[in-house]
Design a protein. Structure first.
Length: 341
């Protein structure tokens, strides 16, 4: 797919490594696990939003924008990477943080991603949970325009067809890495939220006829809704690219069994996954996305969803900055594990 016909800035240190998880694979007795290190994209402590922002900031600059406006949860990794990318390109940034996680403590509200948003110089506004956040974005954009700015609005998670191009690129990068080392990839698994990552991956893999199924582990929405969101965005991305034929809707598969109490609410499985990957492979997951995604992968492995000789790639989408916002629950879990051993 010819992605360089879209406006783009370089933000990602790519290709990100594709690494075997040898110790964890041995511990579990298969399948063969690999991890695609999109937590190491290189901008502002990394993560999947950096790839989307290459195309989003590219379009903003092409439109002569002066001011980036976006939104997310208080601990949004997307917001952190967006304000860093804006700083790098001399654009102002206003961000709307939705108080989506009930009963958040002071650490959640002040540390982790939100601290970094402050360091990057973003104007931060808060919104209570339950508003139409995209409508809020439009209203702030109008306010900025009236004040003489040229706003560029980025939806939550950077998930529109332009942002999803970043994951079409990632899919192509993954295929190239697999071909280079003669690795047959049987499954790709990752955490799915605002749907842009999964939509881009599926379009990139299907558009290249890679025949690699993708499973998104939902961190918020129920399965049907998540699949619908991914499919709608994938269809629009397919059309933006002008790929012939219809987007294969059946390539979209999500699993919402690992959301637990809701978006950003810790689960036992997440706590176990974070600790296990750290202690076997020295790799940090995050409490909101990749920790739940990996918890889902571990549970599905234990339930025999994959053959022992299959090669499974987990796309690590980043987010470890969020660990610092969840210090009390993570520290408690580590202390309990120490006591039990
Ligand atoms: C945003 C995010 C995701 C989910 O990606 P979407 O494109 O929003 O589905 C997964 N992991 C991390 C760490 C994220 O920040």
């Amino acid at each position: 797919m010819h992605l360089s016909r879209f406006p783009r800035v370089k933000l990602t240190q790519a290709p990100t490594p594709l690494q075997p998880l040898a110790r964890l694979t041995a511990l579990l007795g298969g399948p063969n696990l690999y991890i695609k290190r999109d937590d190491n994209t290189g901008l502002a402590l990394g993560g999947n939003k950096t790839r989307k922002l290459e195309f989003l900031i590219g379009e903003a600059l092409a439109r002569k924008a002066t001011h980036i406006v976006t939104q997310g949860a208080v601990q949004s990794n997307h917001v952190r990477q967006t304000v860093a990318a804006a700083a790098l390109h001399g654009l102002k940034a206003t961000v709307l943080l939705e108080e989506r996680v009930a009963e958040a403590d002071a650490i959640y509200r002040e540390n982790g991603n939100v601290l970094l948003d402050q360091i990057f110089g973003a104007s931060i506004e808060y919104r209570p949970a339950g508003l139409d956040m995209n409508q809020e974005l439009v209203a702030v954009g109008e306010r900025l325009r009236a004040a003489g700015e040229e706003p560029y609005l980025i939806p939550g998670g950077g998930s529109n067809p332009v942002g999803a191009l970043g994951y079409v690129e990632s899919a192509q990068e993954l295929i190239a890495q697999a071909n280079d080392r003669q690795l047959r990839i049987d499954h790709v698994v990752h955490a799915t939220g605002s749907a842009g990552t999964q939509a881009g991956l599926v379009v990139g893999l299907e558009g290249n006829n890679a025949q690699i199924p993708v499973l998104g582990i939902s961190v918020r929405a129920p399965r049907e809704k998540q699949e619908e969101n991914v499919a709608r965005l994938a269809q629009a991305t397919w059309e933006l690219l002008g790929i012939r034929g219809d987007f294969p809707r059946e390539a979209v598969e999500a699993n919402a069994d690992y959301v637990g109490g809701g978006y950003g609410v810790p689960t036992e499985g997440m706590l176990e996954a974070v600790q296990l990957l750290a202690r076997t492979e020295g790799i940090l997951l995050d409490p909101v996305y990749s920790g739940k995604g990996f918890a889902g992968l571990l549970d599905l492995i234990r339930k025999g969803r994959f053959r022992k000789d299959e090669n499974v790639v987990f796309v690590h989408t980043g987010g470890a900055v969020g660990l610092f916002a969840y210090q009390p629950v993570l520290a408690r879990h580590a202390a309990q594990a120490a006591q039990a051993s």
